[in-house]
Design a protein around this ligand. Structure first.
Ligand code: NAD
Length: 355
């Protein structure tokens, strides 16, 4: 039975991982540590907390004494580390929080794990520190370049990706220097339930429902590799179960879309859901579909993000060949599931919209 500390478990991917663990590991116990920044939402964990297998602690990963106490008190053997400042645009306007949480916070967690698992417990072997990272650490790919493998050079270009790169290096160093049992996964862009509505897909869904513009950076040709969030969780589970300590694994959907094409497909998905469910036109009277138009009418081009990476793409061969990983949700199916979730869970996202 695993006893997990899930940091950032009130954020988008973290909360999906909490639900995935409850389903996949019937005996697991979970402590969620989350500072509840603007991106964290305790209400997302309501169903998990009902299970009595999950405890929520509001706190900062930078607080080494708190993390040490949690590891000791709950006899935890696994850390799955999601907590981060994660929005590239915010890292451009305010990089300090990214250094504090992503670099210094990750280092505090590593120090606590080392103290409890290697020093106090005198080389307690059955522990794991799994670090969640991003494909953005590898920098930008040319249109015809092969996708990122685990051995690509790190070339981070934004304060966000630089802070994640630094945290990846610290995790690696704690394995090589102190023998901490670490694994790292570098994943491509996720989408799905509980995604904060400032990110591209939920922003477009909620803006379409309210008849607001769909902002596309630059020429809309920046390419990202999209993965349904539950498929990311499956990958993390496989790494915890079978991954080799000290290794890193790329996780991705091999599903590249440029932003403009993605928003067009999302608009078509929304239009077709509205034509199947006419009651939605009454409920969302400001949406273009309520007025006989397509949601594509809302697409607007805006000034490009500073230093915007052109293309990311993940080569997931290693996790596929070594751990049998295979994403199960195709993109069109995943978009429908995501739109349906936002339609069914307005109480979750309406309060998060900018006033
Ligand atoms: P998110 O912004 O939705 O959630 C982050 C969570 O961390 C929030 O609940 C927040 O309250 C919490 N947090 C922030 N600072 C904290 C601190 N100092 N102490 C404790 N908790 C803190 O992020 P996400 O999209 O769920 O991403 C989770 C992880 O996955 C991040 O490490 C991110 O770099 C990585 N990642 C994200 C994507 C993606 O597409 N979203 C892709 C690849 C990797």
């Amino acid at each position: 039975m695993r006893k997990l500390l899930i940091t950032g478990g009130a954020g988008f991917i973290g909360v999906n991982f909490v639900y995935y663990c409850l389903e996949r590991y019937p005996d697991c116990r979970i402590v969620v540590l989350d500072a509840l920044t603007y991106a964290g939402n305790r209400a997302s964990l309501d169903l998990a907390l009902d299970s009595n297998r999950v405890e929520f602690v509001q706190g900062d990963i930078i607080d080494q004494a708190l993390v040490t106490e949690l590891l000791q008190k709950h006899d935890l053997d696994t850390i799955v580390h999601f907590a981060a400042e994660s929005h590239v645009d915010r890292s451009i306007t305010g990089p300090d929080a990214f250094i504090d949480t992503n670099v210094v916070g990750t280092h505090s967690l590593l120090k606590a794990a080392r103290e409890v698992w290697l020093t106090q417990k005198q080389h307690f072997d059955n522990h794991r520190f799994h670090h969640i990272s991003t494909d953005e650490v590898f920098g930008s790919l040319d249109a015809d370049a092969p996708a990122f493998t685990e051995s690509n050079q790190y070339e981070p270009n934004s304060p966000y990706s630089a802070s994640k790169a630094a945290s990846d290096h610290l995790v690696r160093a704690y394995h090589h220097t102190y023998g901490l049992n670490t694994t790292t996964s570098n994943c491509s862009n996720n989408y799905g339930p509980y995604h904060f509505p400032e990110k591209l897909i939920p922003l477009c869904i909620t803006n379409i429902l309210h008849g607001k513009s769909l902002p596309i950076y630059g020429d809309g040709k920046n390419i990202r590799d999209w993965l349904y969030v539950k498929d990311h969780c499956v990958g993390i589970g496989l790494i915890l179960e079978q991954g080799v300590v000290g290794e890193t694994y790329n996780v991705g959907g091999e599903n590249e879309w440029d932003n403009l094409s993605l928003v067009n497909v999302l608009c078509e998905t929304m239009d077709s859901i509205f034509s199947r469910r006419p009651e939605l036109k009454e409920q969302f009277s400001a949406s273009p579909m309520a007025n006989g138009q397509s949601s594509k009418e809302l697409i607007t081009f805006v000034t490009d993000r500073a230093g915007h990476d052109r293309r990311y793409a993940i080569d997931a061969k290693k996790i596929r060949d070594e751990l049998g990983y295979k994403p199960s949700v195709d993109f069109e199916q995943g978009l429908v599931k995501t739109v349906d979730w936002y339609l069914e869970n307005q109480d979750w996202w309406q309060p998060l919209l900018p006033k």
